[in-house]
Design a binder for this molecule. Structure first.
Ligand SMILES: [Zn+2]
Length: 275
């Protein structure tokens, strides 16, 4: 039984500031240790729940945040930049379950370093009219391959938003927000214990989980920060202008929707830097 684990970082217990999850400083190094412990807890839970093979796709910032030799369960590790399927690179129909570890709230959520892919570009994202964060957008790929998303770990916003979009997903809530840059976290050992037991239940029940929460055709709508970002995004196939700062990517092919989204995020990066 193959399990796919996409790891972000902002949803880790104890991590509340960019200093702890970007760059080479001592706080970021400490943050990566906390993340590693949570990823390993999810892997151990998945193995206890029946997983025989785990693939970890590092999805945060440089996408090389974990020491490969210290990843539990003999998991293989996808890391580094320029992955065509980005946060979902490596997933295909041979997997039985998807786990989202250390996820955070959508841009606009009141908590947890909230953003949706690029905070300089995306002001809000909606799937079929419902506001979503990265978990919902990434779930398009899981749905395309018919693999259920069974676990999300992170702050209260990440867990709440994911559960609203993916009924039945198991949540391990490791911190309550105080503000966007403050949170009340479980002790890391408690957070890991919670993640371990929740992952075990989630993976053990994967065969009964609903593979796709989406009714086709799917419409992914994006509100972006400037008209220039909106204009540049329309250079990508599949991206339509729906208003001065509104974009729409729609269709029955969920993978194509996600790929157009990733291309738009990548293409607008330079434009989004300009004020
Ligand atoms: Zn993220």
């Amino acid at each position: 039984m193959k399990v796919f684990l996409s790891s972000d970082m902002e949803g880790t217990a104890g991590v509340v500031d960019w200093e702890q999850c970007v760059g080479d400083g001592p706080e970021a190094a400490a943050g990566r240790r906390l993340l590693l412990a949570e990823v390993n807890a999810a892997i151990e839970g998945a193995v206890a729940g029946g997983a025989t093979e785990i693939v970890v796709n590092d999805s945060h910032a440089t996408m090389r945040n974990l020491p490969a030799s210290e990843i539990a369960g003999g998991a293989s590790y996808i890391s580094g930049s320029h992955k065509p399927l980005y946060m979902m690179q490596g997933l295909d129909g041979s997997f039985s379950a998807v786990l989202f570890v250390s996820y955070h709230g959508s841009v606009g959520a009141p908590a947890g370093l909230s953003h949706t892919y690029n905070p300089r570009a995306v002001v809000e994202a909606r799937i079929n009219g419902q506001v979503t964060g990265e978990a919902g957008i990434n779930a398009l790929v899981a749905a395309h391959y018919g693999v259920p998303v069974v676990l999300v770990t992170g702050d209260s916003c990440a867990c709440g938003e994911t559960a609203a979009l993916i009924p039945g997903v198991h949540s391990a809530l490791v911190k309550e927000h105080v503000s966007r840059l403050a949170a009340h976290s479980l002790h890391p050992s408690r957070a890991c214990a919670l993640i371990r037991e929740t992952a075990q239940r989630a993976v053990a029940g994967a065969a009964q989980a609903e593979p796709s929460p989406f009714a086709a055709p799917v419409s992914l709508e994006l509100s972006v920060r400037t008209t220039d970002i909106a204009e540049a995004a329309t250079w990508v196939r599949g991206v339509e202008r729906a208003g001065p700062r509104e974009l729409r990517i729609s269709g029955d092919d969920l993978l194509a929707v996600y790929r157009s989204f990733c291309a738009a995020i990548l293409l607008t990066r330079t434009v989004a830097e300009a004020m």
